[in-house]
Design a protein around this ligand. Structure first.
Ligand SMILES: NC(=O)c1ccc[n+]([C@@H]2O[C@H](COP(=O)([O-])OP(=O)(O)OC[C@H]3O[C@@H](n4cnc5c(N)ncnc54)[C@H](OP(=O)(O)O)[C@@H]3O)[C@@H](O)[C@H]2O)c1
Length: 366
């Protein structure tokens, strides 16, 4: 284990980390594993001011967190422990109060929660001269004003992993916007789970069989309606819409989910049992798309000021049409990328790839 004593030649990068779920824990591990890279290549020493979960926090002890202590906290979380019950744990009032207490200029507040409660903490952090990195989409998809506050200064805020996880979607979009290129249309597939489902349908399998299998394999959330409803994809589409300068609220994103309202109130088992009632409808949709040389994708579409997500028939020979399996893909159509769009494709989920994207954001913030 490495000695964490401060070397004056290294630039100190103190973090306040909210969220020690899959992504937050992978981030903690990767920071430990990459210490020599960060020191040798970037002259950087990442340390923690506070680690916070939904129960409580461990605040930097006198002398700093040693790697042994970080590894021990990681183990505690991996075993399902709450930070409040850790020997060094304490409760805290709110993410905002924690930032107020521990944040100062030069600190980076990292949001690896899936919570609505961090938006005011992030805004306070920026007001206090901190920088922010988000894996959490929610603060960027509440009211436009919050998005504006977080995104005002690109040198102080990054949220690359909120769309397409480790794929460089936001950075690419920002580069296009900063050059004055006009992004006039975006089409994308931003859910590996729904990509898996659409590939299954295209291969001739039934809707019920494909959803049940994805559920059994753990590809869906415990309640598959959390994926099939389309809200997570809609959040990503809204982040892209705001990224190209559209002023838009979540209510303006048209969301076409993959199950009817009558199935919303069922238990998970009841929902799974009802799935075969949708087989004929989805079989017919796939057949009707195929008759026009198209395939069905769960797509986000941004065009002419309108933003929608839902099952969409797309040309078989388009980038989206050629997509199979769980990869994410985004087509960026612009003045300079026309008629062929700029296309980004690859693995769009996974805690390790997402944590690596968060870590790149942290390192890139100067
Ligand atoms: N997983 C992926 O592939 C992926 C890809 C891209 C983006 N993301 C995004 O990354 C974020 C984290 O994902 P995940 O898979 O790590 O989620 P997760 O496993 O559900 O972890 C969420 C963490 O946030 C903590 N938390 C919740 N409310 C909090 C609060 N008010 N203050 C402090 N901590 C709080 C939870 O605390 P407890 O431990 O106490 O429950 C938990 O540690 C999500 O927003 C997700 O959408 C994930």
């Amino acid at each position: 284990m490495e000695n964490l004593a401060v070397n004056p030649a290294e630039r100190d990068k103190p973090l306040i980390l909210f969220g020690l779920g899959g992504v937050g824990r992978a981030l903690l591990s990767q920071i430990g594993e990459q210490r020599s890279l960060h020191r040798e290549k970037y002259g950087l020493r990442i340390r923690f001011l506070a680690l916070c979960d939904s129960s409580g926090a461990v605040v930097e002890p006198q002398g700093g967190f040693s790697d042994e202590l970080l590894a021990e906290i990681l183990q505690h979380k991996e075993k399902g422990g709450a930070l409040a019950s850790h020997p060094l744990g304490q409760s805290y009032q709110s993410p905002k109060a924690m930032v107020d207490q521990t944040g100062g200029p030069g600190a980076v507040v990292v949001d690896c929660t899936a919570s609505d409660d961090t938006a005011d903490a992030l805004l306070l952090a920026l007001a206090k001269g901190c920088q922010v990195v988000l894996a959490n989409k929610k603060p960027l998809t509440v009211v436009q004003e919050v998005y504006d506050g977080i995104s005002r200064s690109l040198s102080n805020a990054r949220w690359e992993t909120t769309v397409g996880a480790g794929l460089p979607v936001i950075a690419t979009l920002n580069r296009m916007v900063s050059s004055g290129d006009e992004v006039n249309r975006i089409a994308g597939s931003f859910s590996g789970t729904l990509g898996y489902l659409m590939t299954g349908l295209e291969e001739g399998r039934s809707y019920s069989e494909t959803v049940a299998e994805a559920h059994r394999l753990g590809y869906t959330e415990p309640d598959p309606r959390d994926d099939l409803g389309g809200v997570d994809v809609a959040r990503k589409a809204l982040i892209l819409a705001r990224g190209i300068g559209w002023r838009m609220e979540m209510e303006q994103v048209e969301i076409r989910g993959l199950y009817p309202e009558r199935m919303a109130g069922l238990s998970v088992d009841g929902f799974l049992a009802e799935l075969p009632s949708l087989d004929a409808e989805y079989g017919a949709r796939v057949a009707s798309a195929a008759a026009e040389g198209k395939v069905l994708r769960y797509a986000a579409a941004l065009s002419e000021g309108a933003c929608s997500v839902g099952p969409t028939a797309v040309a078989k020979d388009s980038p989206l049409g050629r997509l199979t399996g769980t990869d994410n893909l985004v087509e960026l159509h612009s003045r300079w990328y026309s008629p062929n769009p700029l296309v980004i494709q690859g693995r769009g989920a996974g805690v390790e790839a997402t944590a690596a994207g968060v870590l790149s954001d942290i390192v890139e913030l100067r």
